[in-house]
Design a protein around this ligand. Structure first.
Ligand SMILES: *[C@@H]1O[C@H](CO)[C@@H](O)[C@H](O)[C@H]1NC(C)=O
Ligand SMILES: *[C@@H]1O[C@H](CO)[C@@H](O)[C@H](O)[C@H]1NC(C)=O
Length: 646
């Protein structure tokens, strides 16, 4: 599925470059009124620069952990499970987070061929046993939510194979609000549940959907969270892979300092870091997977300023600089950033399985000193922020532990209000685009072009014979031939209409529950999930089968009416060129055959047999190719004369 997604991303890039809506440096600024910056954020009660200020005490700070896309599998990579158990016992023991967010895809739920999907109780039992054996639930607040894999092939939440209900720690259905209470304030954690119910088998489970009811629920949670000092939203899907009604998921969460998610992994290794900022100011921080990369994230609220560090399993020491925080990851709309310039100490969280022996702090390449341990993982070093009031500065921290290991972490910080750093274009494109809209537009455009061309040429007067050389006139002539041959024209018209409006296949979208897949959505027992990935699949179908097939048939007809047949056309039309065209067509037919096999593996035999878009299209394609090479060849002269308007 990621491969299809990558394809979509590449296709969309072109359109995105034109739109240029990804300038993340332009984040919403609070209206700072010079020295007396007492303006409120939309929580209404936290000030930009008021007490308390970061200092030398272990106060106003807590930290938590995120892990995502664990994909416990009965078939793949058994170390994934043992490593995860070690993570729950040892890593969590070292870090001692206030809470842990496991943001979906707890289990893999894929069949051994990696194509099909179903819930395996053993995977859930493995997950459950890890939680039990490691006793992690006694040591921290463990919040685990469902991802798309945890919802594969589940007709309803009450279904017996919804093992999340039985084996997870949270067992909550739908979105929910957890408030972490501390002596220095309260912090909201809001879960966005966009998983599909009923949950079809893969792949048509890739996008999440929030309907109006779910959006209203989230709005209520949002308004309740405004009493908290800060709120974090989290979910499995990136906002770019969630379908939501107006005003959209990003607007609903605009009071959050950040949205934490997973789902895209590292896009097959292409994007190890996927972070961006919404136009509303909320940071969107996708986390690489546990599945293959063994990544996790430590986040901290220090005096209501959020900082985080993406880490790898068993790579100690882990370092998180909480003050001054990274300039790139500020959310000026909700964070009291003025506290950085009023702070008295640089603050660092350093974690390691062995004792930490030294924490060195450099600013702009110069050693500032060694930070002293305060309590737990907190280290502080006195500083004078007034020396750094202008521009960007680089802070670098080196941590050493008793096992002889060391780690270096650095970032840029600023004390100015209007310095803002943007995110990479590609990251922002992937996280901030509503990909389903892009796919819909592309699909509709391609269908219209396809239909428009064949219908136009059907009713267009024939071309003059004299200019029948040159590529364009040959193409025109061949389109005339194609469109005016009834068999080809009507088959092609029907096939395109079926791609656009007809059922693609009918079968068991969920085991024991039949459904049908259309471009515009997936029906399951009277329930419609509006189309998203279907449009991507539709675009691929058009680009890699429908359109090339039409072109090939046009080309064959053109050669045919010059008196060639399949055997002779190699000689007459240029050996290399003909060979190439046929090889390409053969490759596309093989791709279509693979699509049929994929359908068989993912949705079963019925779906494969009752599939106009896949199996039937393959048969139709072969029949049309055979027809084109064997039909009674229309004489070019006759064809042009006879179809000339009298
Ligand atoms: C800044 O403060 C002054 C007076 O204190 C006020 O007149 C002005 O409107 C304020 N500007 C902004 C942008 O809030
Ligand atoms: C959290 O909010 C309360 C109430 O507004 C405030 O008194 C407290 O200082 C805040 N906590 C932090 C760490 O800023």
């Amino acid at each position: 599925m990621l491969k299809i997604f990558i394809g979509l991303v590449v296709a969309g890039l072109v359109i995105a470059l034109v739109l240029e809506n990804y300038n993340t440096a332009k984040h919403p600024k609070r209206s700072i009124n010079n020295s007396n910056s007492n303006d409120r954020n939309h929580h209404g009660d936290i000030f930009y620069n008021t007490h308390p200020y970061p200092g030398a005490e272990m106060d106003n700070i807590f930290w938590f952990v995120q892990v995502s896309d664990i994909h416990i599998s009965r078939f793949q990579d058994p170390r994934r499970i043992t490593d995860f158990e070690e993570f729950c016992s040892e890593t969590i023991d070292v870090i001692k987070p206030a809470l842990v967010l496991a943001t979906g895809d707890l289990t893999d739920a894929k069949t051994s061929s990696k194509l099909g999907s179903q819930q395996y109780e053993v995977e859930w039992q493995a997950y459950h046993n890890i939680l039990k054996r490691s006793r992690v639930l006694e040591r921290t607040k463990w919040i685990d939510i469902r991802g798309n894999h945890d919802a594969f092939n589940i007709i309803s939440l009450e279904s017996v194979n919804n093992y999340y209900r039985k084996y997870s720690a949270t067992k909550k259905e739908g979105s929910f609000h957890y408030i972490h209470q501390t002596p220095f304030g309260s912090y909201s954690f809001i879960c966005v549940d966009a998983t599909l119910t009923p949950g079809p088998k893969r792949p048509f489970n890739f996008f999440g959907i929030l309907d109006q009811t779910r959006m209203d629920e989230l709005s209520i949670l949002e308004s309740k969270s405004l009493n908290s000092n800060q709120s974090i939203w989290f979910g499995h899907y990136t906002t770019s892979t969630i379908i939501s009604p107006f005003p959209g998921i990003r607007q609903i969460m605009s009071s959050a300092v950040a949205y934490l998610c997973g789902h895209l992994h590292t896009l097959g290794g292409l994007m190890p870091v996927l972070h961006s900022r919404h136009p509303q100011g909320t940071l969107e921080l996708e986390l690489a997977d546990w599945k293959d990369s063994r990544r996790f994230r430590v986040l901290a609220f220090d005096h209501d300023l959020l900082s985080f560090s993406d880490l790898s399993f068993e790579e100690w020491p882990a370092v998180l600089i909480t003050n001054p925080k990274a300039a790139k990851y500020t959310n000026p709309a909700v964070e009291p950033l003025g506290r950085i310039q009023s702070s008295t100490h640089i603050r660092i969280l350093a974690f390691s399985a062995a004792q930490i022996t030294a924490v060195y702090v450099h600013i702009d390449g110069k050693l500032l000193g060694e930070a002293r341990p305060v309590k737990g993982p907190l280290f502080t070093l006195k500083w004078d922020p007034m020396r750094y009031t202008k521009g960007l500065h680089n802070i670098e921290v080196k941590v050493e532990d008793a096992a002889g290991r060391s780690a270096v972490r650095h970032h840029e910080f600023t004390l100015e209000n209007d310095v803002s750093l943007g995110f990479g274009f590609l990251q922002s494109f992937i996280l901030l685009t509503d990909h389903y809209i892009l796919a819909r537009v592309t699909f509709v455009f391609l269908v219209l072009v396809n239909l428009g061309l064949i219908v136009t040429f059907r009713y267009l007067g024939p071309p003059a014979l004299k200019d029948s050389s040159g590529f364009v006139s040959q193409a025109r002539l061949s389109l005339h031939l194609f469109c005016k041959t009834n068999t080809l024209y009507y088959s092609s018209l029907l096939f395109t209409l079926c791609t656009a409006f007809g059922p693609w296949f009918i079968g068991e979208m969920i085991d024991g529950h039949s459904g049908a897949c259309f471009a515009f959505g997936v029906f399951i027992e009277g329930h419609l999930h509006e189309g998203s990935l279907t449009f991507v699949v539709g675009v691929l179908q058009l680009v890699f089968f429908n359109i090339p097939l039409t072109c090939y048939l046009c080309w064959s007809m053109y050669l045919r009416c010059q008196g060639n047949c399949f055997r002779t056309h190699f000689r007459r039309a240029g050996r290399v060129q003909s060979l190439m065209v046929n090889v390409v067509m053969l490759a596309l037919l093989l791709w279509q055959t693979y699509s049929c096999y994929f359908l068989l593996e993912t949705y079963g035999t019925t779906a494969c047999l009752l599939s106009p878009l896949r199996t039937w299209a393959l048969v139709l394609g072969l029949l049309l190719i055979r027809y084109a090479w064997t039909c009674h060849p229309p004489r070019l002269r006759q064809f042009i004369k006879s179809s000339q308007p009298s």
